[in-house]
Ligand binder design. Sequence first.
Ligand SMILES: [Fe+2]
Ligand SMILES: [Fe+2]
Length: 353
Amino acid sequence: MSTLVYEKHLDDIRVEFDALYTWDYERSRDGLNRLYEKAKRAQWNVSDDLDWSTPVDPWRLMALQAEETGVPAGFPGRALAEVPNSPVADWDEDRWIDFAVHSQCTSLSQFLHGEQGALLCASRLVEAVPWMEAKYYAATQVVDEARHVEAFHRYLDEKMPATYPINENLKTLLDDLLRDPQWDLVYLGMQVVVEGLALAAFGMMMGTTRDPLLRQMIRYVLADEARHVAFGILSLEEVYGDFSSTEFRERQEFAYEACRLMRRRTFNAELWPSFGVSNEEVEALLPPTRGQQAFQHLLFSKIVPNCKKLGLLDHRDGWLRERFGEMGILQYEHASTEVEELTIDSAIDPVEA
Ligand SMILES: [Fe+2]
Ligand SMILES: [Fe+2]
């Protein structure tokens, strides 16, 4: 049983938006119809389809992962050991393995909380979108997201030593998404940015973990998430067709802000203090090594090509293209948007056009 101390168990935010009935039951959107049919056939059950009797020793698996991948335990935070007067200079291998296990707990915890955010956003879309086939599809996503929350919670609870609270940048973004009265921004923030980041982060964990249970679980989750991103793209392509330049500009800025918040999320701020190192020390001392940057940038590898597909990258003389260039993530504009296993090697050798 993993431990988690919450300051409070319930957290409320006030949201106001229009819930829409539609009396037009015709389904004319072919892409959304096919996605809905696919979603109904692809349902799976956390209780029955995963082998929960699989024994998991996170420390042994982490040592094995470091040995087999050649990526040292605790990467990329481990770069801190190399700086002069480093507060972690005397950590031995066991300490780094423990740090890596807890780092995995923080990632899984953010997946868990992000999934709950997705659950709330998807249910919100059921109420707010004007098209019947989008309401049908969003309803299947509600079930998917509930299943993902269930899966990550069960894995953390039964197999890992700790669950960490939500990262404040992720919480800020989820609050912003849920508060916004414009439903297309819920799509853009959740289905394109947060889920795009999840596709990459899940792909990275699937590519590195040595636990067959976690691998299988992520494989199932990824198959669902790929549909969710497709749902966002299909819906937004239609909405954006009618947008004015000003409305489009607002979406560009929203996508940029969401990406900035998500980049700050990757500092692992929940973790360091419990290992006796303050976040100020980490930010001041940790040099942005090539490997560490590549690792962070890889997380955006699914978001950038989808922003391009939606026309957000190049509107207004390429405003967002320039911002993504400054963030160092523009090289992913031609990257694949398919579900795949991602490795650090694929980050360090940038994706070709
Ligand atoms: Fe999900
Ligand atoms: Fe999702």
